[in-house]
Design a binder for this molecule. Sequence first.
Ligand code: NI
Length: 163
Amino acid sequence: MAIRPLTMMDNPVLHRKAKRVRTIDDSIQKLIDDMIDTMRDTGGAGLAAPQIGVPLQVVVIEIPDEDVVTLINPELVKTSGEREMVEGCLSLPGYRGEVKRWESVTAKGRDRSGKAIRIKADGLLAHVLQHEIDHINGIVYIDHLESMDKLYKAEPTDSPEES
Ligand code: NI
């Protein structure tokens, strides 16, 4: 278990599609453990492997008072509704932006034991799932901004707006 350094927005690893995980072996288990440690250390609500420089399709999410969700090779399979959300990214500290997100989503992937899972979510979990699955696809929230007026400076906080 270890806290790993975060990659920042200027790192190309955040702007490329990550590779699918073929075998969930010990190295993937260690990666997941390190991602959970790193997410908790930063106070963020989620983390994608490219954010620690690993170009693989692995995400972890921890919403306050809920169990950690680990998703390997995640994909959105259903979306509905739309709303504008304020969000930030651990890879761009000190900023927030307003972006349009789906209100409810269903995501599928595998858990860390390799079992196929589907997660139906709304609220914060739906929001963070979209942010993390974007990271897996080389997309960051600032790519969604309609204009730069929607990006502003904010105090770094431990709020779950960052992931
Ligand atoms: Ni992020």
